[in-house]
Design a binder for this molecule. Structure first.
Ligand SMILES: [Zn+2]
Length: 227
């Protein structure tokens, strides 16, 4: 089954279009199997079909990824997929993730990776039947089978180390010019506000510099002193 992205450029086109909207334009995207271009955008809207055409085009194929890009308020939020203790379904050969372009065969017991064409066995907890058209009956109920972008709940195997507390390191210009211009005073005022709102476990660090770089060791005693 072929999926065609649908974009809506509010200004120029009243209807949905399959042309990737201009990066600076005002557009709304409905994810029907392809990622919103806010998350991933290629340097060309149409890919050359063969090597010769690619050489003639002389445009490098590159992609800009912004996984945390802000969406318009009227766009759907990225769905969260929780596949339990077994985690995301991935190709055993190339480790590609299950996506709308993977194809289920053998009444759902096998699936073909669209990236490397490897035939994978459908794991037991993920099995479902196919309809008359050979499409999984739960396709529209599973975001990873019908959306271009999903978020996964990561299982412990994806976590190399436990989540760390947030840390912020501020690098501050303390040269005479900066001090005279009020930059340092402004920084101190801002920091006093920041310290009041960040979670208590947050680690804050400060490096100051003028002609030299100064590192500061802030101990608990210092905190008492400056409070
Ligand atoms: Zn694969």
């Amino acid at each position: 089954m072929r999926h065609i992205a649908r974009y809506k450029t509010d200004v120029a086109h009243p209807d949905y279009s399959t042309t990737v909207p201009h990066a600076c334009g005002d557009y709304r995207v409905q994810d029907v199997g392809s990622a919103n271009p806010r998350f991933i955008r290629l340097t060309m809207g149409t890919l050359p079909s063969n090597k010769e055409a690619r050489n003639r085009a002389a445009i490098p194929v590159a992609a800009i990824f912004q996984p945390m890009a802000s969406l318009r308020p009227d766009e759907d939020v990225v769905p969260l997929v929780d596949l339990g203790e077994h985690g995301p379904v991935r190709c055993t050969r190339c480790h590609g993730y299950m996506n709308p372009f993977c194809r289920f065969v053998e009444n759902g017991s096998q699936w073909l990776c669209n990236l490397c064409n490897h035939s994978n066995e459908t794991r037991e907890d993920y099995f479902n039947h196919l309809d008359m058209r050979g499409i999984r009956v739960d396709k529209l109920e599973r975001p990873e089978l019908c959306k271009g972008t999903v978020e996964y709940v990561a299982t412990p195997t994806y976590i190399a180390r436990p989540p760390q507390h947030p840390a912020f390191l501020f690098v501050v210009d303390v040269s005479q010019k900066a001090r005279k211009g009020g930059l340092l005073r402004q920084f101190i005022q801002t920091m006093q506000q920041v310290v009041g709102v960040v979670p208590p476990e947050t680690r804050l660090g400060v490096i100051t510099y003028d002609a030299q770089v100064h590192f500061h060791v802030l101990t608990k005693e210092d905190q008492q002193l400056h409070r």
